[in-house]
Write a protein that binds this ligand. Sequence first.
Ligand code: GN1
Ligand code: MG
Length: 361
Amino acid sequence: MELLNVINNFKINGEVELTKRINDGLINNSFYVCTDKNRKYILQQINNFVFKNPKDIVKNIVVVTNHLKNKVDEKNLELVLTKNNDYLLELNNKIYRMYDYIDNSYTLQIKDLDNQKIFEIGKIIGKFHANLYDLDIKSVKETIKNFHNTPDRIEKLFNSYNLWTLNNDDLMIEEYIDFVKKEIDRLSIIENKIEVGSLKKHIIHNDTKLNNIMFDKKSNKAKCLIDFDTVMPGSVLFDIGDALRSLGSNALEDEQKFSIIDFDDLKYYCFMIGYLSQMSDKLTEEELNLIPHSIYTITMECSIRFMTDFLDGNKYFHIDYPNHNLIRSLNQMTLAKKILTKLNSLNKNTILLYERLAKNK
Ligand code: GN1
Ligand code: MG
C-alpha cells in the first residue's frame, strides 16, 4: 500500500498494474512498475546511509542526462517528475526517485558474455566517456567524497581493523591486512598521479559493473549505462578498472569457490578493442600505460571496501548471510592476485593493440 502511495506521487502515465522488486544492486531498493497503459518505470528508494545528499545526486543526474541528450540519438536514462515538480520524493523519512524504464532491453550475467558482447560493453563505456569529455567537471558535485581514492579506502580499512574485536577469523584477517600493507605503494600510484596532476579527472560513471549496462533486445548491442548515482569527477581508469573487475573475472564477486576465480585475458582484449574504438584519440599515454594496473587497483579497492564493511558490522553493502562481505572481499583479492601475475603481458599487449588500431584507422 505504501509502495502504491509512493508511486502515485510521481507523474506516471496510467494506473499502476504491476510492481516487482528488483534484487540487483547492493545499495538502493529498486522496483519495476508497469501501468495499464503499458508505461514502465523504475522506482528507487535511495539509501541515505550511503548517499548523504540525495539532492546533489539528482542535480548531477539532470546535468549529465541533459548533456547526453544532445549527443546520443538513442534512449538514455531520464528522471520522472513528482506531482510537485520535484525529482525527489520524501515520504515517512524515506527518499525516492523514479526513472523511465528503458524498454526492450536487458542486462547480462557473466555466463551470458561472449567476445562480441564484451566488445560492445567496451564500446558503450568508451562512448559514455567520449560524450562527457567536454562536460566541465565543476558542473557535477562529488556525492561521495573520495569514492575511488584507494589510499583513503586503505586508511579506513586500517581504522576499522584497529577497532575490530578479534574472533575466530582473526588469523585470516591478519594475513589480509599484511597483504594490503605490503601493497600500499602500488595501490597508491593512481591517486598520487591524480594529486600531482599527471592524471586528469573527467566526468565518469564510477560504477561500471556488468549489471549497470543495458543491452538492446533486437540488436543485441549495448544500448546505454544505467545507475547514475555515482556519476562524478574521476579518472577514466576507474571505470575501465571497475568494468573489467566484474566482467573480466570468470566468477561472480560472491563466488565462494575461490579456486575457480581467474582473470580472462581474452575478455580484456575484446573490451579494449571496443573502448579504444571510441577513446583512442583522447586517452593520454599515462592513462594507456596504467590500464591493466587500474584493474588491479580497483579490484583490490573493492576487496578493501567489502572487508572494511565486514569489520564494521555490514552497514554499507546489502548482505544475504553473515560472512557475505568477508567472502566477497577474499574473492576480489583472489582475482586481484591473478591480475597481478598478468600485469606485464597485459601492459605489453595493450600498447601493441593500441598501435595496431591506430594504424588501421
Ligand atoms: C555497489 O549498488 P551497486 O550494486 O550498483 C557500489 C559499487 C561497488 C558494487 C560492488 C554507491 O554498487 O561501488 O563496486 O556495489 N556502489 C556504491 O558490487 O557504493
Ligand atoms: Mg549503484
